[in-house]
Design a protein around this ligand. Structure first.
Ligand SMILES: [Zn+2]
Length: 310
């Protein structure tokens, strides 16, 4: 009798666990395209307040809370050199009452054909002299270290916008041939910008680098949080200092032609973790401020001033 009561209780507990085991979850994956160089937004919506974790490409996916307690989001970056194919996105959802469930989605990364660009540059930028090799190595290491640390909190909120009005004069992902020698992929976009054009922060961020680099010239790196970074190169003037928190649309510098360039323009590159991504894919996805809705303590310090509105 006691045994069957215990068994009965155990069974009903199991049944309860089973009915509670898989609360309905809605998962959406948004992107301009699932191709190398694209940013992807994952939204997980649950019935009850929950927390969400995940993995993709053998690394942790950093989910962030939104203004709604039942909605979590994450950004994924498909590196420009990512092999096309199928990739698993594994998600674990734990409700605040402790019920766990897992979900898997497959990312179908399609191939993307990138054009080739031919540039003619001063020799010192194509085959740098021996005495600057050490400087180049040191700067590459410094930048790599910056990108390897993802701020746990978003430092931006709302929409991303173009940092200046000029059109794209060299698109993302082109294979570069410098003075006849094949080189690295062009992991950013070049925007038309006469010398001295005002450069605005495309979104809120923290200035994590503002200095002259050998190839990129006068450069600014903004940390938008959660592993999302913007880098601007070839500037003439800095209007910000390292460590400074900038608001969306704030003037951060003036464009120029410093470093390895044929002429004045703005080079804008973006990263999400290890992924080198097309800033135009970020604009496509995040220029609608209602799509990604990060909730951040850092942001509440910002005023509501909107420098884009004149
Ligand atoms: Zn460029």
């Amino acid at each position: 009798m006691r045994f069957s009561l215990a068994l009965g209780l155990g069974l009903s507990w199991l049944l309860l666990q089973q009915t509670a085991a898989a609360p309905p979850v809605r998962i959406s994956i948004e992107a301009r395209a699932q191709q190398p160089g694209e940013l992807i937004l994952v939204t997980v919506e649950t019935e009850q307040p929950s927390s969400v974790t995940g993995t993709v490409f053998n690394t942790e996916v950093r989910f962030f809370p939104t203004r709604e307690p039942t909605v979590w989001q994450a950004l994924l970056g498909l590196d420009v050199d990512l092999q096309p194919g199928e990739y698993r996105l594994d998600l674990k959802i734990v409700t605040d009452s402790g019920v766990e469930s897992s979900e898997t989605r497959m990312l179908q990364v399609a191939p993307r054909a990138f054009a080739t660009r031919y540039l003619t540059l001063p020799k010192k930028y194509v085959n740098p002299p021996a005495d600057v090799q050490e400087r180049i190595r040191r700067e590459a290491e410094e930048v790599r270290r910056i990108f390897s640390v993802a701020s746990p909190e978003p430092v931006w909120e709302g929409q991303f916008r173009r940092p200046l009005g000029g059109k794209v004069i060299s698109s993302f992902g082109k294979r570069s041939v410098l003075n006849g020698q094949p080189r690295n992929v062009h992991a950013g976009v070049d925007l038309r910008a006469p010398q001295g054009t005002v450069l605005r922060a495309p979104a809120g961020g923290r200035v994590v680098l503002a200095k002259e680099l050998y190839f990129a010239g006068n450069s600014i790196i903004l940390d938008h949080g959660l592993g999302l970074f913007s880098q601007f190169a070839h500037l003439s003037t800095f209007k910000v200092k390292e460590g400074q928190l900038v608001q969306p649309g704030e003037t951060i510098g003036l464009t120029g032609r410093s470093g390895r360039v044929e002429g004045p323009h703005l080079h804008w590159s973006m990263r999400l973790g290890n992924g080198r991504i097309d800033p135009m894919s970020v604009l496509w996805l995040l220029s609608d401020g209602n799509r990604a809705r990060p909730r951040s303590k850092a942001i509440s310090e910002f005023s509501n001033r909107d420098p884009f509105v004149r």
